[in-house]
Design a protein around this ligand. Structure first.
Ligand SMILES: [Zn+2]
Length: 295
């Protein structure tokens, strides 16, 4: 274990062996708000882009309802302001509303004071509109890394209870490969961090939590990985996806790199049937119920 990891207090024992459901999570942002397009689509154009979010959220709520699944929806403050009814529909369907920041800015782009203002304001907006308490936060692009661990303390000061923002893998845009793979605190005063799921194999951690990897790799890999975490490690897994991944008919964005294009559009047409299989084959619930024991 590296020096970085040893300073983390690992809380995984609290959850191990309890046969808890897995956490189903959705990052509520539209197709034009993803970090890969931030240099192509300016913030000022967001209001003029054809919105696909409301119909995609309706689809997700229908699929979750049919499968009897509740989940956690990490929602942008921008979405809350522009589509308040979407946020109300999610909350009224019994899902957890959590924050994904106001405008999908990576934490590294903020000073600590700016970050605090962003997470306070996004929590206030989401609580006002949903009528529920917001306990959780997910950093845009999993941007809690080595240089931004202070975010855990700021989140606690801003009234949050947990974060699900660390990806303990190596990746070109994010990742904290030396972080614990299961819930931990990075300081005595910070929030509980519930990392994205990974499989530990051949001396490194491999992503298995959904998102682009779920579209890229065959679905048996994800099923194997979730079962391995549940059975071998006796822990809940954390799965995530975006509403636009269910939408092969979304407007195509021009002028992006080949890599960004591949990552965004690969296998969009297969996503719905793959997600249905995951919803059917595993038990899922909201993050607050699994990890905070909330009713
Ligand atoms: Zn996001």
């Amino acid at each position: 274990m590296t020096a970085v990891a040893t300073k983390f207090e690992n809380l995984a024992q609290e959850y191990r062996g309890k046969q808890l459901p897995n956490a189903m999570t959705v990052d509520v942002e539209d197709y034009f708000q993803v970090s890969a397009f931030e240099n192509t689509i300016s913030r000022d154009d967001w209001e003029n882009m054809p919105a696909r979010l409301p119909r995609n959220i309706d689809k997700i709520l229908e699929m979750f309802d049919e499968a009897g699944v509740k989940g956690t929806f990490f929602t942008l403050g921008w979405v809350c302001q522009n589509f308040p009814q979407v946020v109300r529909n999610i909350a009224e369907s019994g899902h957890e509303i959590a924050s994904h920041g106001i405008e999908h800015s990576r934490i590294g782009s903020f000073s600590q004071a700016e970050f605090r203002a962003d997470v306070e304001e996004s929590r206030r907006r989401l609580e006002d509109v949903s009528g529920t308490r917001v306990a959780g936060y997910r950093a845009p692009s999993f941007s809690i890394g080595q240089k931004t661990l202070w975010a855990h303390d700021v989140l606690a000061e801003a009234g949050y209870t947990y974060s699900s923002s660390v990806f303990p893998i190596q990746h070109d845009h994010y990742g904290l490969p030396e972080a614990p793979r299961f819930p931990f605190r990075s300081s005595d005063t910070g929030v509980l961090e519930i990392p994205m799921s990974s499989v530990s194999l051949m001396g490194r951690n491999w992503p298995c939590s959904g998102g682009g990897y779920f579209r890229l790799l065959p679905v048996p890999y994800s099923k194997w990985a979730v079962r391995r975490i549940n059975v071998k490690e006796q822990m809940p897994a954390v799965f995530y996806f975006h509403p636009w991944e269910l939408d092969p008919d979304q407007p195509k964005i021009e002028g992006i790199s080949g890599k960004a294009r591949f990552r965004h559009y690969v296998n969009l047409g297969k996503f719905e049937s793959r997600l249905s299989q995951m919803l059917r084959d595993f038990d899922w619930d909201r993050m607050d119920r699994i990890f905070l024991g909330s009713a």
